[in-house]
Ligand binder design. Structure first.
Ligand code: GDP
Length: 392
C-alpha cells in the first residue's frame, strides 16, 4: 500500500528514516514523500534518509530549536500552533496516490508524544484517507514521567487516529543492553515487521507484480474499526540451488511432488503459528482480537496456498474471530519465507493496564512532591517572628 509517512519527535524521525532505508533496499515504492517533524534541530540534522526539505522544525518561537524536554503538553501546544508548517510539508504529497497516513512517534517523550495525536486530529479533519498511528511505548525503567506521558498520549492517540499500531520497547529490550544502545536493532525490527505488512501488494521492480496479493484495502479494512493493533512475525531461510537460482523441488517438478507440497504446507502452517505465538510488537492475549491479517512472503514456489489457508483457519480458532484476511506476497529474489500477522482491535492487553497503573502512581507522586515542595519553600523563607519584610 502507499502511505504518507510522518515521523514526529526523535524516535518517530529515526524510525521513518529506517523505513525509507528499508524501502530503498527492497526496491519498493511504499512511502510518499516521508516527513519528519521535531522541536529539536539536532534530531532533524541526525536523519540520513528523509529529504532535507521534508524536515520540519516546529516551535522555534517557544523552544528555539532545543526540544521540549519530556513536556508533552508543550509538545501538543506547539503542534497545534505550528500545524500550518506541518501541513505545508504535507502539501507536497499527492494525496490521491496515498491509501493512508501513518504517524510514527515515541509516546514517552515530549514532541512526538504530544504532537502525534494533534496531527492525527488535524489530518482527519482535512483528508478522507484513514489516519493510522505507530506508537512506541517506553521501557519500564525509563521512569514514571515517561510512563505518564505514554499513558496520556496513548489514550489520546487511540481516540484521534483510525488505529494505533503499537510497539512496546519494554518487550524488546535485551537484558544487559542499555535501551539507547539497542534502539538501532529495535528500529530494524519495527521496520521489518511493519514494512512487510505495508509492502505487501506493492511492486518489486517492474515486472514482478504479485499474482495473489494482499490488497491495500484488506490492510485498511483490518485496521478500520479503530482500536489498537499488534504484529507477529517469523521467518525461515530457504535453500538456493547450486546454479544460483532459487531452490524449489516443488517448482522443478511442476508442483506435482506430493511429499514436497505437504512439506511446504506444513512449513507455512508452523511459520504462521510461530509468528502469532512468538513475541508480538505489543504482547497481548490473542483471544481478544477482533480482526486479523496474515501475509506470507517469499519466493513464489514456497508460497503454498494450502499452507496459508490452514494458517488462516488456525488464526480463526486462536483469535475466536472469523474476520481473518490473508494472502501471499511473492518476493522472487528473497531467500527467506516470512509470515507477518496483524492483530487488530486487541483488548486483552495487560501491558496497557500496567502502564495506566504506573502512570496514576506517577501522577500522585508528582502532585505530592509539588505540594511538599511549596511547603518546604514556605518553611525555608519563614523567619519565625516575621521580622523580615519583603522588598516590595
Ligand atoms: P521526543 O523527541 O520528545 O518525541 O522524544 P523521543 O522520541 O526522544 O523519546 C520518546 C520515547 O521514545 C522514549 O522514551 C523512548 O521510549 C522512545 N525512543 C527514543 N528513541 C527511540 C528509537 O530510536 N527507537 C525506539 N524504538 N524508541 C525510541
Amino acid at each position: 500500500m502507499k502511505l504518507a509517512l510522518i515521523g514526529f519527535g526523535q524516535a518517530g524521525g529515526k524510525i521513518v528514516d529506517e523505513f525509507v532505508a528499508y524501502e530503498r533496499r527492497a526496491g519498493l515504492d511504499i512511502f510518499s514523500a516521508p516527513v519528519a517533524v521535531n522541536t529539536a534541530k539536532t534530531d532533524l540534522h541526525g536523519l540520513e534518509h528523509v529529504p532535507t526539505d521534508n524536515r520540519v522544525l516546529v516551535g522555534q518561537a517557544r523552544v528555539k530549536g532545543h526540544g521540549v524536554g519530556a513536556d508533552n503538553e508543550l509538545g501538543a501546544e506547539i503542534a497545534e500552533q505550528d500545524i500550518d508548517e506541518i501541513q505545508s510539508a504535507l502539501d507536497g504529497i499527492s494525496v490521491h496516490e496515498v491509501d493512508a497516513f501513518l504517524i510514527v512517534a515515541g509516546l514517552g517523550g515530549g514532541t512526538g508524544s504530544g504532537g502525534a495525536p494533534v496531527l492525527a486530529k488535524h489530518l482527519k479533519r482535512i483528508y478522507t484517507e484513514p489516519v493510522f498511528g505507530l506508537g512506541v511505548l517506553p521501557a519500564k525503567d525509563e521512569g514514571g514521567i515517561y510512563t505518564l506521558n505514554a499513558a496520556r498520549s496513548f489514550q489520546t492517540f487511540v481516540r484521534e487516529a483510525d488505529n494505533v499500531l503499537v510497539f512496546d520497547n519494554d518487550a524488546w529490550r535485551k537484558t544487559g543492553e542499555s535501551m539507547r544502545g539497542g534502539y538501532e536493532a529495535i528500529n530494524r525490527e519495527i521496520v521489518r515487521r511493519f514494512g512487510m505488512l505495508f509492502g505487501a501488494g506493492e511492486t518489486v521492480g517492474n515486472d514482478r507484480v504479485a499474482e495473489s496479493v494482499v490488497d491495500s484495502s484488506e490492510i485498511i479494512n483490518t485496521l478500520a474499526g479503530g482500536g489498537v493493533s499488534t504484529v507477529g512475525y517469523a521467518a525461515e531461510s530457504v535453500e538456493r540451488s547450486g546454479d544460483g537460482g532459487l531452490f524449489s523441488r516443488v517448482d522443478h517438478r511442476g508442483g506435482a511432488d506430493g511429499l514436497d507440497e505437504t512439506n511446504t504446507t506444513n512449513r507455512i502452517t508452523s511459520l504462521v503459528r510461530k509468528a502469532a505465538l512468538g513475541r508480538l510488537t505489543l504482547p497481548c492475549d490473542l483471544s481478544g482480537t477482533e480482526r486479523s491479517l496474515l501475509v506470507v512472503g517469499g519466493p513464489p514456489a514456497h508460497l503454498n496456498r494450502k499452507g496459508i489457508e490452514r494458517g488462516r483457519s488456525w488464526l480463526e480458532e486462536e483469535t475466536g474471530s472469523m474476520e481473518v484476511r490473508g494472502g501471499d506476497y511473492p518476493l522472487p529474489d528473497s531467500d527467506t519465507v516470512a509470515g507477518a500477522v496483524l492483530f487488530s482491535g486487541v483488548h486483552k492487553v495487560p501491558r496497557i493496564k500496567d502502564l495506566q497503573r504506573v502512570a496514576i502512581e506517577a501522577r500522585e507522586n508528582i502532585d505530592r512532591r509539588q505540594a511538599e515542595s511549596e511547603d518546604n519553600l514556605d518553611r525555608l523563607l519563614e523567619d519565625g517572628a516575621e521580622e523580615i519584610s519583603p522588598l516590595y
